[in-house]
Design a protein around this ligand. Structure first.
Ligand code: URA
Length: 209
């Protein structure tokens, strides 16, 4: 079964409070999401493999470590996932970025894929699927299905806020996928919003309604 990691670092919790605050405007909201995404990227890359090299310091030759070149991919779920990409790229600038777009079928209420563009070698990459909100879990499950259908083997899911219902749905559908979150909230309301949550992440990022 996939593991769930809650990154409750004080800086993340502090920034998340202002992200939640309905008085926080678009510009500040976007900046805070970007900052939290960077902090989460720092945590999520903790287990990246290293390799030993020789380095000439001004004093002597030393053994030291560099990243062993594991290929990473960031996959935002459109549109709100885009708000987390730049923050992650600040720490992992060489990562490739793929996109998955989903809409909700008005009759079945199920997410349907409308756009997928991925790095050509996704089967060799460690992929981090990003979406600020893990609510019902429907979009996350479908996005991960899209990636697996195209050969992805190593997938992590990262979001700011998750509802317990969404976490359970993703764990059930994709037991091989670990989930990384900044806060695990109380529940979903009747409209599918996370409580207490932050409202609609896409609208708050882009100033739409
Ligand atoms: N998507 C959002 O943007 N917010 C929620 O609370 C749930 C889903």
């Amino acid at each position: 079964m996939g593991k769930v990691y809650v990154f409750d670092h004080p800086l993340i919790q502090h920034k998340l409070t202002y992200i939640r605050d309905s008085k926080t405007g678009t510009k500040e909201f976007r900046e805070l999401v970007d900052e939290v995404a960077s902090l989460m990227a720092f945590e999520i890359t903790r287990d990246l493999p290293l390799t030993e090299v020789d380095v000439e310091t001004p004093v002597t030759t030393a053994k030291s470590k560099v990243l062993s070149g594991k290929k990473l991919g960031i996959i935002p779920i459109l549109r709100a996932g885009l708000g987390m990409v730049d923050g992650i790229l600040k720490l992992i600038p060489a990562a490739k970025v793929g996109h998955v777009g989903l809409y909700r079928d008005p009759e079945t209420l199920q997410p349907v894929e409308y756009y997928v563009k991925l790095p050509s070698d996704i089967e060799e990459r460690e992929l981090i699927v990003v979406d600020p909100m893990l609510a019902t879990g429907g979009s996350a499950v479908e996005a991960i299905n899209s990636l697996k259908k195209r050969g992805a083997k190593n997938i992590k899911f990262m979001c700011l806020i998750a509802a317990p219902e969404g976490v359970d749905v993703v764990k059930e559908a994709h037991p091989d996928v670990d989930i990384y979150i900044a806060a695990l909230d109380e529940k979903l309301n009747d409209h599918g919003y996370i409580v207490p949550g932050l409202g609609d992440a896409g609208d708050r990022l882009y100033g739409t309604k």
